[in-house]
Write a protein that binds this ligand. Structure first.
Ligand code: ADP
Ligand code: MG
Length: 362
């Protein structure tokens, strides 16, 4: 539905969007996630034909946004970060204005306005001045104008920013409903938000794509997704001995807690946590060492986000090889604990021609 190829936007020496490539398929809800200043709005403005690009190509339903902007734009509805609402108009007047600008008229325009008003639940305020509406209602007016003309793709730039929790829930529900009929792309710097509504997430940092996957797979890419931690009444060298005897491939860190006990964190593969907990329990019992605590921790998208945007992958961007890996079988993803490690492994592989798996086959 949408193809973005090597998109770059520079402002003087500053590169706001850096060689971004991705594809959006029809009929899904996509999340465009990244910290402030990552380049989300810039990318969305270029994709919707509101801003020129320095380099690269964007095609919407086969139409090039720079070469055939009218045809491409007809397929999209856009809610910019700061929608240009006219405060002295009512929602109906404003929607009429936008609808006409989109080429709608007469009965079709009237029907479309009624449809989007009902979709965005604006009935109660339809004839009130926009200046008198709450931020939540104004946001709905913004979404309503994006829906006019029934475009295939709806692009929403931070649609829940500045809303109160109740309004956020309402807008999220609305987005979920829109996702049943449209391809939806929404940007957000809030992880739980994209986790809750999006089927696929693009993470960008410093203008580069650092991850593109399902929320659940992004979690799998992360080391902390697989942490078992425990406190044992044992010294560090004793713990080393026990762990080496049972879990050869995992990495672990230890911290001496004083008073003869040690805190240990073990990194393992997704889904292995309960097995590892069981093994640790019996191995330490066998050695007569007491476990004072034993817990496993699963990462959420927040951890992935921090890991990806703070790592130097953000400096380099997501390489082709990582893109391929994220699309690989889940089994293969499981063998890699972090994107960082995937890259290192690829390099090792190229260097000596053999892949050294750090994880023992099970
Ligand atoms: P996001 O929406 O992810 O917060 P933006 O796309 O708005 O990020 O901005 C990306 C970067 O580009 C930011 O560092 C921002 O300061 C910069 N930027 C955006 N617009 C301009 C502009 N017109 N001139 C110079 N720099 C800009
Ligand atoms: Mg923005």
């Amino acid at each position: 539905m949408i193809t973005v190829e090597h998109l770059t936007k520079r402002y003087g020496d500053f590169t706001a969007v850096n060689n971004l490539s991705f594809e959006i398929e029809e009929g899904h809800v996509y999340g465009f996630l990244g910290p402030n200043g990552a380049g989300k709005s810039t990318t969305m403005n270029i994709m919707t034909g509101c801003l020129s690009a320095t380099e690269g190509r964007v095609r919407i339903g086969g139409y090039d946004i720079f070469e055939e902007p009218d045809k491409a734009k007809r397929l999209m509805g856009y809610l910019p970060e700061q929608p240009p609402l006219y405060m002295n108009e009512t929602p109906v007047e404003y929607l009429k204005f936008v609808g006409e600008a989109k080429g709608l008229k007469g009965r079709e325009l009237a029907e479309q306005i009624e449809k989007v008003i009902s979709q965005t639940k604006l009935e109660d305020v339809r004839n009130r001045l926009i200046s008198k509406l709450s931020k939540g209602y104004r946001q709905r007016v913004g979404i309503a104008q994006a829906l006019l003309g029934n475009p295939k793709v709806i692009i929403l730039d931070e649609p829940t920013v500045g809303l109160d929790p109740l309004q956020i829930i309402e807008i999220r529900d609305l987005i979920g409903q829109l996702g049943q009929e449209h391809t939806v792309i929404l940007s957000s710097h809030i992880l739980s938000e994209v986790q809750a509504i999006c089927e696929k997430v693009l993470i960008i940092a410093k203008g580069k794509l650092v991850a593109f996957d399902k929320p659940e797979n992004l979690e799998k890419l992360l080391m902390a997704s697989n942490t078992v931690s425990f406190i044992a009444e044992a010294k560090t060298d004793e713990i080393d001995e026990i762990l080496k005897g049972m879990w050869v491939a995992a990495d672990w860190q230890m911290k001496d807690m004083g008073n003869g006990s040690t805190c240990v964190e073990v990194q393992i593969e997704q889904g292995e946590a309960s097995n590892l907990c069981r093994s640790i329990f019996f191995a330490f019992a066998k050695e007569g060492k007491a476990l004072l605590e034993l817990t496993s921790k699963k990462a959420n998208l927040e951890d992935v986000f921090i890991e990806l945007t703070e790592s130097d992958i953000a400096e380099r961007g997501l390489t082709e090889s990582v893109l391929e890996v994220t699309e690989m079988e889940e089994k293969e993803i499981k063998e890699q604990k972090t994107v960082e490690k995937i890259i290192i492994k690829e390099e090792e592989y190229k260097m000596d021609g053999t892949e050294e798996s750090g994880v023992e086959d099970k």
